[in-house]
Design a protein around this ligand. Sequence first.
Ligand SMILES: [Fe+2]
Ligand SMILES: [Fe+2]
Length: 323
Amino acid sequence: MTMTTTAGRLDDAELQRHFDDRITHDQRIEPRDWMPEGYRRTLVRQIAQHAHSEIIGMQPEGNWLGRAPSLRRKAILLAKVQDEAGHGLYLYSAAETLGADRAELTDKLITRQQKYSSIFNYPTLTFADIGVIGWLVDGAAICNQVPLCRSSFGPYARAMVRICKEESFHQRQGYELLMTMVRGTAEQREMVQDATNRWWWPSLMMFGPPDGDSPNTQQSMAWRIKRHTNDELRQRFVDMTVPQAEALGVTLPDPALRWNQEREHYDFGEPDWSELKRVISGDGPCNAERLARRRAAHEEGQWVRDAAAAHAAKRAAREEVMR
Ligand SMILES: [Fe+2]
Ligand SMILES: [Fe+2]
């Protein structure tokens, strides 16, 4: 795409140079700026995938809304699940600034042309899962998302600032729930340990495949969409989480986990990457259920979209008459 300015027609090479220069100087790219097609495509894919994850991510926790053990727990969980809906909306809006059509993105999600995070394809078996999701899943999301606040694309970076503030509330509500449970009965402590065992490895997989197996990372880092590799972020998450597990009195299900004095990081075992591939390709424990639920919600919402469109058309017609 070429753009004209008052100075005359800039050729693609000049536009590219200007774009590269802004990236190098850590200046933000805004929606009306020229950008390479690959940059736009990569961002639309990443932001859409992120938005879909927020929306699908409401399901595993929504599963416990009707069965929360107290009014207080229900109110907290409800607020958290609603936040995730809001995150989805900010992100779809950010994708729209790149020319993506939101209806089309939803369509791509429910027809499996676009993905969402593998983590939401695991079931929530007990109320301890709600705590562990806040602690580990939102904790991993924070590790991933804090650097995105400095992402080179302005609308994405700004959306992430707001989202990260809410994510830290999510992480804390989860941790506080677990702290309460481990101070309770032996059975409650067992529930926490069991949920930790089930969510630990899937949480590590949230950072994506190992760097050697992540072909898009280098380009995304050159464009400063991403700031750290998958493995760097995974390490950061492990280092942050181990002391929290100790404070809770739960063990993490990894015999290879130990402090490495030389590296000044924790060593840890290799996640089962074949499981990640399976879950991403649609064959996880809850993939079919999650998509079916999303599709049904979309279809049930058709009348709302029709009504909103009819209302907008009526209003536009009235304004036309008044002009
Ligand atoms: Fe979120
Ligand atoms: Fe969250």
